[in-house]
Write a protein that binds this ligand. Sequence first.
Ligand code: TRP
Length: 449
Amino acid sequence: MEKNKFSSRLGFVMAVAGSAVGLGNIWRFPYLAAKYGGGTFLVVYIALALTVGFTLLVSETAIGRLTGAPSPIKAYRQLNAGELKFGGYINALVPILILPYYSAIGGWVLKYFYEYLTGNHQNLVAPDYFSEFIASPIQPLLFLLVFTSICYLIITRGVKDGVEKMSLILMPILIVLAIFISGYTLTTPGAFEGVKYYLSIKPEYFTISTVVAALGQIFYSLSIGMGILITFGSYMDKKDNLEASIGQIEIMDTLIAFLAGMMIIPAVFAFSNGANVAAGPSLMFITLPQVFTSMAYGNIIGLVFFLLVFFAALTSAVSLYEANIAIVEEVFKTNRKKANHLLFGWTGGIGALVALGFNKLSFVSLAGMSILDILDFVTNSIFMPLGAICTVLLIVFVVKVDKIVAEVKISSKFRREKIYRFLVRYIAAPALIIIMISFILATFNIISI
Ligand code: TRP
């Protein structure tokens, strides 16, 4: 058995699910669901995940397994991408740019977990605690260093003993913790109104904005368009059922997002009598600690919650790291060990710039965005859709859809073959173009989604 392959299908499923289930599921999904009409958003999200999301997951994984090339650059080259060759580089650039800022946020999560662990969580509810923490000079760097060191150590152990083992242990724990917290928040007084809001389907919310927001979230949440699945597909055994694995990954990612909504929306409703659930960092680092403080046993729930978020962030960061290893090995013609050192320096260095973006470097900004927001914008609104479009074009015009279908069929029947063929040919690329344009316009406040 090779050290740098997955040892089992379950290992592959858990590792990809580990990459997919991350901060996006926990802090972004509940916010979007609350904003776009609860049940309405859920229905649109699930429908798009099973169609467009499925199509891109299968496409990227099949390219990885077909070529056996862990880096998208190599995979594109092997497939004679010709003029589309730059697509391989774009797919490679995304995880390289995401890892540092994702790790900086991972550090924040670790800090909050630490405060609950040491019993100092009362401090967290002070109104300016979060903004003062991220603007402080030392602590964010320290926690970034700890977070990155943990990733580094896991990567040192290789794919099978590092990435796969970590996912096999942490993902089941994560699911249990999510069920536990959502079960508990449902019992808090006033939570029922939130559940009703979250699950009821409101026809007036079926709009273009809801579809665009759901599509964008699907790509981010399933880690599509950034080479991760090409890397992990290349570590997959030809015998392992590709279609079933992808199905299970989708179920797990959607389940955790759904449970995150179940944990957060009713609790926030009960706390603020139905006031809007705030977005992003302020939800996780400001509102939730306040909500937990108002609950019985809130100190324990807060501790468990931040442990869960930490596991979600860690498995995602490690898979980003792993994809980057493949890329650095390829580009610098080096070995895994040296690539690991380089990436540790890169993540620490650029992550530090991201952290200092709230302190000494706060003068660096573009259209009001911090360094973190700039990286997030460039990766998710521009490179991610562009990389995914290149992959779709590569399949339709160069590799040909038949070859991808044949790759899937090596390991099983392809039950969703017809829908796959249709979507990859006619729907995937236009959907990606719509996301890209909408996200760019929204960032510059030309439209709002
Ligand atoms: N899917 C992750 C989440 O939901 C975030 C993410 C985006 C990611 N792209 C990625 C994680 C690539 C790992 C690899 O938070």
